[in-house]
Ligand binder design. Structure first.
Ligand code: F6R
Length: 594
């Protein structure tokens, strides 16, 4: 939700900032801007994407600057609301990611003190507060301004007469990138991969001060040491690598992502894998919290863990859970979040910790906020996921859940050995789905002509139906809904007909017969039915209009192969409809507001 970047060094800041902003666009892309220190501050911003801004921007030669790519919260995307925002005299420029919750009160107070505001944003109060408190030290002015501010923020402040950048964070991510006679600040690692693999993760309450040659971190008025980390992600991982879109590249990376994630867990010792709390303290239930696609992984995890551990699992949408009053203290909580920065998930984690739950985070991003709140972190090894639509992170989250469940399973050892062998074959099964891409493209062409699509599944494939509908809606702008197949006749049947195709996800398990009945009922009401089936299922082929075939795997692993096929379906449908696949309208990848 908004990407921010700062550069100070000996090179021309403008091109570096624009390059970094392009890498941060997945965080928001309705407008963008830069401010460069030179003779005063030069600001160039507009309600356009970074590429367009770069082409129209005049050349600035300064070697210090800040930049922003926006996902609007206060005020529509427009030139005036785009960041950076200045103070009255135009001496101080600020970029901000987050939400200042008391901004109206601050704005009223500052207005009565003679400050003029030109935008509708909450951010503009920050530059004016810094102006108000400035007495010759930018860091001290920033510190004073932050005392007045409530809400969440990652900010970078530029003031040309101070040869430094000052940054601060609370509940929004911020890192310092260490260069050679140059330093960087950014919302996230992918922005800086091209320039450095040495980073410092700032923590809530930290104020970072960077010059060309130095980095200092202050906290409560004193200097502190923050450890330097080496980034494991590579530049190539964050590039399209010949694919037309990041989404397609990331779908195709999934066999390797499964291998990497499994490889990571195999190397771990028993004590650091999984829900140690379950075994150690005899805790009898698991509560999972997550949002969006990660919630669909959590819901799948409920089926996996209940089957293999025989303990009750609740999967909750974090934003709903946060307003639910009753929390059991003796529960292991699992928070699933690709970015590790989703505001609702972080809020749920804090609440769970407060009531005494052990909180395990499953995340993709090293040093993310979730890792700091959790008692224990299990990393997925998905690599940087740039496309706004989550694909490979979902699959990797499932792998983490399989691994956790299998590590502590109460089922017999022979079954676990068999499951283990099948788990290790998943990369090649997923590869077979990818190799069959051309057949899926045909279905996508057909689907692209409709405006409403239903996905149905049962049991462990019910969350797959939810995820498939989520993905199709997100990238193709087709209205899609996922249902438990048995629920269809309780209401959605009213919408069936020739304009409402239904995609039935069929597993050869105890749900099979019931699914056949559901498909017949749907066909009888005139909806075209596409069935996603295991290879060799000729019975269903006879019943439906067409089939998408995936390799036969144990039902517990079917969400992996089924989801990959349906990701491809969503991708190619969106492509057929000429949608901006990696950057769907109105969305952002990292949702750092409630
Ligand atoms: C959908 C998608 C979102 C995220 C959700 C949670 O494709 O990407 O629904 O899954 O915003 O994000 P994380 O996993 O970062 O907490």
């Amino acid at each position: 939700m908004c990407g921010i970047v700062g550069y100070i060094g000996n090179k021309r800041a403008q091109s570096i900032l624009l390059d970094c902003l392009k890498k941060l666009e997945y965080r928001g892309y309705d407008s963008c801007g830069i401010a460069i220190a030179g003779d005063g501050i030069k600001v160039y911003k507009d309600a356009v994407r970074v590429g367009t801004l770069g082409k129209s921007s005049p050349r600035f030669d300064g070697t210090t600057g800040i930049g922003h790519t926006r996902w609007a919260t206060h005020g529509a995307p427009s030139q005036v609301n785009a960041h950076p925002h200045l103070d009255c005299k135009g001496n101080i420029a600020v970029v901000h990611n987050g939400v200042i919750s008391n901004f109206q009160e601050l704005r009223n107070r500052l207005t009565s003190e003679g400050h003029d505001f030109i935008s509708e944003t909450d951010t503009e109060v920050i530059s004016h507060l810094i102006e108000k408190y400035y007495r010759g030290s930018l860091e001290e002015a920033v510190e004073s301004a932050l005392h007045d501010i409530e809400g969440s923020y990652a900010i970078i402040v530029l003031m040309p007469n101070e040869t430094k950048l000052v940054a601060a964070r609370k509940d929004s991510p911020l890192i310092i990138g260490i260069g050679d006679r140059e330093n960087f600040i950014a919302s996230d690692v992918p922005a800086l991969l091209e320039y450095t693999d040495r980073v410092i993760y700032l923590e809530d309450g930290d104020i970072g001060v960077i010059t060309t040659d130095s980095i200092r971190v202050r906290r409560d008025g004193s200097e502190i040491n923050r450890k330097e980390h080496k980034v494991l992600w590579t530049v190539a991982e964050a590039q399209k690598g010949g694919y037309e879109h990041f989404m397609l590249k990331e779908i195709h990376e999934q066999p390797q992502v499964i291998r990497n994630t499994l490889g990571e867990y195999t190397r771990m010792t028993d004590s650091v894998v999984g829900l140690a709390g379950i075994r150690d303290s005899g805790i009898g239930s698991v509560l999972m919290v997550a949002c969006g696609t990660s919630y669909h992984a959590a819901l799948t995890g409920k089926y996996i863990i209940e089957e293999l551990l025989s303990i009750p699992v609740r999967a909750e949408i974090a934003s709903e859970f946060n307003y639910y009053s009753h929390v059991l203290a003796r529960t292991v909580a699992v928070a699933i979040t690709q970015s590790g920065e989703t505001a609702d998930t972080l809020k749920a984690m804090k609440r769970l910790k407060e009531v005494g739950c052990r909180v395990v985070a499953i995340t993709n991003v090293v040093g993310s906020s979730a890792t700091r709140i959790a008692n224990q972190t299990i990393y997925i090894r998905a690599g940087p996921e740039i496309s706004v639509a989550a694909t490979k992170s979902f699959t990797a989250q499932l792998i983490a859940l399989y691994w956790i469940a299998m590590s502590y399973s109460k089922v017999d050892a022979r079954r676990i050995t068999e499951l283990n062998m099948e788990l290790r074959q998943l990369p090649s099964q997923v590869q077979r789905v990818l190799d069959d891409e051309d057949k899926i493209i045909e279905h996508a062409k057909y689907l692209s002509g409709f405006e409403d699509v239903f996905f149905i599944g049962r049991g462990i494939n019910y969350p797959v139906a939810l995820e498939a509908a989520w993905k199709l809606t997100e990238v193709s702008y087709i209205h899609a809904a996922g249902y438990a197949a048995g629920e269809m006749k309780h209401c959605p049947f009213t919408l069936l007909g020739s304009n409402t195709p239904v995609i039935a996800i069929v597993a050869k398990d105890s749900t099979y017969e019931a699914m056949l009945t559901n498909i017949k009922e749907i066909k009888a009401r005139g909806s075209p039915v596409i069935a996603l089936i295991e290879e060799g299922d000729e019975v269903i082929e006879e019943l439906v209009d067409s089939v998408i075939t995936v390799p036969r795997v144990n039902t517990i692993f079917s969400p992996v192969v089924n989801t990959v096929a349906l990701q491809l379906l969503a991708y190619y449908t969106a492509k057929e409809r000429d949608c901006p696949i990696d950057y769907p309208r109105n969305l952002a990848k990292s949702v750092t507001v409630e």
